[in-house]
Design a protein around this ligand. Structure first.
Ligand code: B12
Ligand code: SF4
Ligand code: SF4
Length: 346
C-alpha cells in the first residue's frame, strides 16, 4: 500500500504533477558531485561547497530521519496566470511570477502540516533549495524522471519544465524498496548540447556553470567574459534553451496557454521600453517593481548588467544614451564601455 495515500489528493490539488519516496541513502551521484566541485564548475557559488556532511548524509539534519519524499511542480508560468512586470525581456519561465522559494515552500508546508496531523510524533522537514539537499539526485532515486544530457530531470509525460521540492521525514517509507530508476530516454539525441549557445553542456550530463547563461545572468555578481557574453542572444534573466529544444518538452509547451500568450507578446518596442525601465530606474524603484520575483536575486547591478548585455547583443542602438551614463558608474562602467563598443555610432 502507498504510505502517502492519505495525502495524495492534497498533493495533486496543490498542483504537483508527480511524486515519489524512498529511504535516505548517500546520494547516488555523490562522487560526481565532488568531481564537479573539484573541476570548479560551480564558479562563484561557494555555498555549494558548504555543508557537505549534510548533503552526503541527510540524517545529519535530524538523526531520526529515514526517508525522503520528492515532489515535482510544473512552472507556474506554464499553467497559471502570474503577475509579472516584464512581457518582452526574455526571462526564464520558472522566474515569471512570484519566487518559488515562497509559493512552492508554502505548498510543501501545507503537505507537511497534513502529515504532522496524521503522524504527530514524527519528524518532517520540507525544502526547495533551502537546505543542502541534492534535489535532482533524490528525485531521480524517487523515480520523478531520468537525468537528461542537459542534466535536468525529465519525465516521459511531464518533460523537465518543473521545479523540485523534497520532504525529509522520520516515517519509514518503503525502506525495503528496490532501486528502480526510470529508463533514460535521451537515446542518440544531442539537441540540448548542439543548441546551447555557450557550449556549457559537457559530454557526461554535467554543466560547467562558468559557461552557462543561467549562471551569469542570475547567480554571478561579476561580469561574464565579454567573448562569452556575445553568445547570450537576447536572454535577460536565466536560460531555458536546453529545455525548450528538448523533444520531451514539446507537448508540455504546446498545451501551455500562458506560455503561448507570452511568446506572442514580444515586440521590439516593448523590449526597448522595458530595457529603458531597467536602466533608468533607481535600485529602490527596480526592486519595488520586481518585489517578490526571483529577479531580485540579481540585484539592481546584476539586472542593469543583464540589460546592457541584451542591448549589446541585439545591437539596440536607440538605447545608446540610456547606457552612456553608466560610463561613470563605479561598478558598471566596464560593462557599459563594452556595450557601447558593440553598438554602431556609440
Ligand atoms: C547550482 C544550481 C544551478 C547552477 C548549476 C546547474 C547544474 N546543472 O549543476 C546553474 C546556475 C547553472 C543552474 C541553472 C539552472 N537551474 Co538550477 N539549481 C542549482 C542547485 C541549487 C544545485 C545543483 C547542483 O548541485 N549542481 C551540481 C551538479 C553536479 O549536481 P546536480 O545538478 O544535482 O546533478 C547531478 C545529477 O545530474 C547527477 N547525475 C548526472 N548523471 C547521472 C547519472 C546517474 C545514473 C545518476 C544517478 C546521477 C547522475 O550527477 C550530478 C551530480 O550529483 C539545484 C537545487 C538543488 N539543491 O539541487 C537547482 C536546480 C537543479 N535548478 C533548477 C532549474 C530549474 C534551473 C534552470 C532551468 C533555471 C533557468 N531557467 O535558468 C537552469 C538549468 C540549467 C541546467 N541545464 O542545469 C531545478 C531543476 C529541476 C529539474 N527539472 O531538473 C533545481 C533542482 C531547483 C529546484 N528546486 O527545482 N542551477
Ligand atoms: S541553461 Fe542555457 S546556457 Fe545553460 S546549459 Fe542550458 S542552454 Fe546552455
Ligand atoms: S534535448 Fe535530447 S539529449 Fe538533451 S535532454 Fe532532451 S532528449 Fe536528452
Amino acid at each position: 500500500m502507498n504510505p502517502l495515500a492519505e495525502v495524495e489528493d492534497l498533493i495533486y490539488q496543490l498542483g504537483f504533477s508527480h511524486y515519489g519516496y524512498s529511504a535516505i541513502t548517500e546520494p547516488l551521484s555523490w562522487d560526481r558531485y565532488i568531481q564537479w566541485i573539484e573541476s570548479n564548475y560551480h564558479g562563484e557559488m561557494d555555498y555549494l561547497k558548504r555543508h557537505l556532511e549534510i548533503k552526503r548524509d541527510l540524517k545529519n539534519i535530524q538523526s531520526s530521519a529515514t526517508s525522503i519524499i520528492s515532489l515535482a511542480h510544473p512552472y507556474r508560468a506554464l499553467h497559471e496566470e502570474t503577475e509579472f512586470p516584464f512581457q518582452h525581456l526574455k526571462t526564464a519561465m520558472y522566474a515569471q511570477g512570484t519566487d518559488y522559494h515562497f509559493w512552492l515552500r508554502e505548498r510543501l508546508e501545507a503537505i507537511v502540516t497534513r502529515l504532522k496531523e496524521l503522524h504527530p510524533n514524527e519528524f518532517f522537514m520540507s525544502s526547495t533549495d533551502s537546505f543542502p539537499i541534492m534535489e535532482r539526485d533524490f528525485s531521480y532515486q524517487n523515480r520523478l524522471g531520468w537525468i537528461g544530457k542537459n542534466s535536468c530531470l525529465i519525465h516521459p509525460k511531464e518533460g523537465s519544465l518543473f521545479l523540485l521540492g523534497n520532504i525529509v521525514t522520520s516515517v519509514n517509507l518503503g525502506q525495503n524498496q528496490q532501486f528502480d530508476p526510470l529508463p533514460d530516454f535521451c537515446g542518440t539525441c544531442t539537441r540540448c548540447i548542439d543548441e546551447c549557445p555557450t557550449s556549457a553542456i559537457g559530454q557526461n550530463k554535467t554543466i560547467n556553470s562558468t559557461k552557462c547563461i543561467s549562471y551569469w545572468t542570475i547567480e554571478s555578481k561579476n561580469n561574464p567574459p565579454f567573448e562569452l557574453a556575445t553568445k547570450f542572444k537576447g536572454l535577460f534573466f536565466g536560460c531555458d534553451i536546453c529545455q525548450t529544444v528538448c523533444p520531451w518538452n514539446q507537448k508540455v509547451l504546446k498545451r501551455s496557454e500562458p506560455y503561448q500568450k507570452h511568446q506572442k507578446q514580444i515586440t521590439d518596442d516593448g523590449l526597448e521600453t522595458e530595457l529603458r525601465l531597467v536602466l533608468r530606474s533607481s535600485g529602490k524603484q527596480l526592486l519595488k517593481i520586481l518585489h517578490g520575483t526571483p529577479l531580485v536575486r540579481a540585484g539592481q547591478r546584476g539586472l542593469k548588467r543583464n540589460a546592457m548585455i541584451v542591448i549589446a547583443n541585439l545591437k539596440l542602438n536607440s538605447l545608446t544614451e540610456d547606457v552612456r551614463p553608466y560610463l561613470e558608474h563605479e561598478e558598471l562602467k566596464e560593462i557599459a564601455t563594452w556595450c557601447l563598443s558593440e553598438l554602431s555610432n556609440p
